[in-house]
Design a protein around this ligand. Structure first.
Ligand SMILES: C[S@@+](CC[C@H](N)C(=O)[O-])C[C@H]1O[C@@H](n2cnc3c(N)ncnc32)[C@H](O)[C@@H]1O
Length: 211
């Protein structure tokens, strides 16, 4: 599930009519994400300085641990307006920023945790984005991802490869990403992987090794 940014960082974001339809479609899909998955994702975040990547309209905010100082980014200023409203309603102190994960405006080794849900299926170059998250995490920092991925089953995996181009055009989202392998390629150690819906959705816990 993903919404590709229609703008470069910091510019005013004006979705085309087609893009607006995609966001409507994805909003509906996001509403179907079970609360328990989001709760589980955030139960892995213990506190400290936390980066949420691709915050969207702020659907994760209700699950932020109270002791965390969260900075949440997204390339879409429109989504961030929704996220700011939600933060106000929930009484969550969160710092919001217009930012593409491939170009994070933070110093190296800045965060204790990073977390994300349903974002790396739509980032055009996922390894570039994952490598940026690796850079801004402190050594030993944790990265928790909830993502839908390509199925391991040979036949179903191939079917997903076949269906990916039209689905990408319709939704801005890739259905055949191997995000566990991508996280490793970006330099993380994968500590644990949990699967839901026969492995279609994965909760990935990764760590930035201290080298
Ligand atoms: C399907 S939505 C998920 C939103 C939210 N994480 C949730 O679970 O409700 C995908 C989000 O990824 C964001 N996104 C897409 N490309 C991105 C990028 N290059 N950098 C950061 N966020 C990105 C979109 O703007 C959108 O908010």
């Amino acid at each position: 599930m993903g919404m590709s940014p229609e703008t470069s960082q910091g510019q005013d974001w004006k979705p085309t009519r087609a893009a607006r339809h995609r966001y409507d479609l994805q909003d509906v899909i996001l509403e179907l994400v079970p609360e328990s998955w989001r709760r589980l994702l955030w139960s892995k975040v213990e506190g400290g300085r936390v980066l949420e990547v691709g915050v969207g309209t702020g659907m994760n905010m209700a699950y932020y641990p109270p002791e965390a100082a969260v900075v949440a980014v997204d390339p879409s200023p429109s989504f961030l307006t929704w996220a700011a409203n939600r933060a106000r309603k929930n009484g969550k102190p969160v710092e919001l920023g217009v930012m593409d994960v491939r170009r994070l405006a933070f110093a190296d080794d800045s965060f204790d945790y990073a977390a994300t849900s349903f974002v790396f299926c739509s980032v055009p170059d996922p390894i570039a984005g994952l490598t940026e998250v690796w850079r801004v995490l402190k050594p030993g920092g944790r990265f928790i991802l909830l993502e839908h991925v390509r199925l391991g089953n040979r036949l179903l995996g191939r079917l997903m490869d076949f269906l990916n181009p039209p689905w990408l055009r319709l939704s801005g989202d890739n259905i055949n990403r191997d995000t566990v392998a991508n996280v490793q390629r970006a330099g993380f150690q994968v500590v644990a992987v949990d699967g839901f819906l026969a492995g279609l959705v994965k909760l990935i816990e990764a760590r930035k090794g201290s080298q």
